[in-house]
Design a protein around this ligand. Structure first.
Ligand code: STX
Length: 339
């Protein structure tokens, strides 16, 4: 391959791998308690194999592109906005918003839709919540498709929000760093949390942008400034930053740092695919590797030319291959472990 062919292959439009854009055949709302009202939608084939898409952040919500990882003729694709995210209400609400509430919401939605078992598909925080849900309700999960593994351990939060990733993106770090006065920079998550939960809405909004731009700017191997500009709207940033920071200052509401790995034996029998970008700086490959070592039965793919995002070409291709295979035979057999 010539250099320009290599570049073309690396930057190939992920459209090549994703299914076409589709509209939901139904949308709904589920009131899960006196405060929270969740948005969900169903796409594809109402008689197909059920899959629940678990979005990232937390606080990221689902959009139109998340529907495209599944064959719409074979799958009944269910997408839900977690508490406070996307079209769920109240927007950016932190009260009654914990990992365990979100696990219970997935069960409420599954029961509401009368689905006995479903596939769980999630990346980043979607992998954290997907794993936690599966560990909590293993009998309800047919398969797991996980990407950009995030186990929400102290060292993962520290790497990305305090010291580590700043060495990879010193340029983008400046905006995130400079929003916080020097005397508070010893604990960025704490400093951002106090602003994102401030009584003055202007203080909250002002902190949401640098927090969210940092994450959007570092998500892809090839940073697309337009992607950052279009995603970091006030509305999205406010929900994303507030909810993420709330979860991270509370250590994901886990009783112990290594809770997911310590409980992995409960789900090792479930067919699973793990997809990890080699150059993921948001959720560095150590966590996917630790998961792979703890769960050798799961098919593991390290994508050599991807960062964190789901729709980078190699990652999108591996994810769609996984859902295609599960739609075809329901098991992970035959999937090569080679990246
Ligand atoms: N948070 C990573 C995460 O879950 C540490 C995430 N990063 N970006 C996203 O999620 C969206 C794609 C949902 C915006």
């Amino acid at each position: 391959m010539t250099a320009s062919q290599t570049k073309a292959a690396l930057t190939q439009d992920p459209q090549t791998w994703l299914y076409p854009e589709i509209e939901p055949y139904t949308t709904g709302r589920l009131k899960v308690n006196s405060l929270h009202d969740l948005y969900y939608e169903e796409c594809g084939n109402p008689k197909g194999k059920p899959v629940i898409f678990v979005h990232g952040g937390p606080g990221g919500g689902v959009g139109t592109q998340e529907r495209r990882f599944f064959n719409p003729e074979k799958y009944r694709i269910i997408l839900m906005d977690q508490r406070g995210a996307g079209k769920s209400l109240p927007a950016a609400e932190l009260e009654g918003n914990t990992t365990w509430d979100l696990v219970a919401d997935l069960e409420r939605l599954r029961e509401h839709l009368k689905i006995p078992k479903w596939q769980v598909f999630g990346g980043s925080w979607g992998s954290t919540l997907g794993l936690t849900y599966a560990i909590s309700h293993p009998d309800r999960v047919t398969e797991l498709v996980l990407r950009g593994i995030f186990l929400l351990r102290k060292k993962e939060i520290a790497w990305y929000y305090q010291e580590g990733c700043n060495n990879m993106y010193p340029d983008l770090w400046e905006e995130y760093r400079d929003h916080i006065p020097e005397n508070e920079r010893g604990d960025f998550v704490k400093a951002y949390y106090s602003r994102l939960t401030h009584s003055n809405v202007n203080v909250r909004m002002a902190a949401a942008k640098p927090w969210t731009s940092w994450e959007m700017g570092t998500s892809r191997l090839y940073t697309d400034p337009n992607f950052v500009k279009t995603t970091v709207t006030d509305d999205f940033a406010y929900k994303f930053a507030r909810i993420e920071c709330h979860y991270f200052i509370n250590k994901g509401f886990f009783a112990e740092d290594n809770w997911i790995l310590n409980n992995i034996s409960k789900i090792r029998h479930i067919p699973a695919v793990i997809v990890q970008g080699r150059y993921d700086v948001v959720c560095p490959p150590t966590s996917a590797w630790d998961l792979h070592r703890a769960w050798p039965e799961a098919n593991f793919f390290m994508i050599p030319d991807s960062g964190h995002a789901a729709r980078e070409p190699g990652t999108a291709k591996a994810l769609v291959s996984a859902t295609d295979r599960f739609a075809a035979d329901g098991v992970a057999s035959g999937i090569s472990n080679e990246a």
